[in-house]
Design a binder for this molecule. Sequence first.
Ligand SMILES: NC(=O)c1ccc[n+]([C@@H]2O[C@H](COP(=O)([O-])OP(=O)(O)OC[C@H]3O[C@@H](n4cnc5c(N)ncnc54)[C@H](OP(=O)(O)O)[C@@H]3O)[C@@H](O)[C@H]2O)c1
Length: 270
Amino acid sequence: MSVFSSARLLGKTVLITGASAGIGAATAILFAKAGSNVILCARRADQLKSVADACAAAHKEAGVQAGGKFAAVTLDVADKQQVATLFDRVPADLREVDVLVNNAGFVLGVDKIGEISDADYEAMFQVNVFGLISVTQLLVPRFKAKNAGHVINLGSVAGREAYVGGGIYCATKHAVRSFTGTLLRELVNTNIRVTEIQPGMVETEFSIVRFRGDTSAASKVYDGLQPLVAEDIAEEIVWAAARPPHVNLAEVYVLPVNQASPTISYRGGK
Ligand SMILES: NC(=O)c1ccc[n+]([C@@H]2O[C@H](COP(=O)([O-])OP(=O)(O)OC[C@H]3O[C@@H](n4cnc5c(N)ncnc54)[C@H](OP(=O)(O)O)[C@@H]3O)[C@@H](O)[C@H]2O)c1
């Protein structure tokens, strides 16, 4: 039996931002297998629909009786109006959210400070920081009202340590770390859990987005080592959500075995 087949996840409703690709998509599918319902949010409607279909197929194959409701809801987390009206677009039977996974995020470029375009740094802050804050602000009052819930934020190794060429991305992920730390402290007198997942290198569309579609530059990031895959991080997220209600995995720092920091890795092992 899989460790993810926890009775604690059966029939729960999970809202995931950035569910159209990478870590968000893998997480949606793993929650589906575990018998949870999933609200999948991202900008690309077609990709979202395919991931929602993959969730339905995974749920069916797992043969689990609970869950099985999947809603694909188009959402740009950087658009405050779209966030404010999010629940108007969520089916009525999925409006009681148990777990929020704030996963939408990205990096653009490796420009050094002084050379970063206004458009790039504003876009990264709009999504990685302001988007995560607005979705959290929407859900936390709902969680407080029922004294239950779980906020799982995607931080990064870049939120623990800065690196050259990561000026804005590192700043956004340090902001996520600090915001998550405050939330954990503010909710200490409740049953609401707060988790930050801090991955190292994960091979997804992340580096392709960073290098603006240049797939060969993106694949060089992983030269000579075995990176994590989206499913590795999905397992950590679902594991955190499946802990007993009195257990809060506050931080989960996950690296490939041959990575020790943003800049220290061993590349002779692949
Ligand atoms: N990959 C890594 O090495 C790594 C390491 C540490 C942390 N992380 C973090 O993990 C999270 C997921 O990254 P990933 O590796 O899975 O990247 P990915 O494959 O590029 O997926 C990013 C997801 O975010 C969504 N997104 C981007 N902008 C959005 C917006 N404005 N509104 C809503 N959704 C938006 C994208 O969907 P649409 O384009 O359809 O909107 C996509 O579903 C990010 O927060 C990232 O910073 C990644």
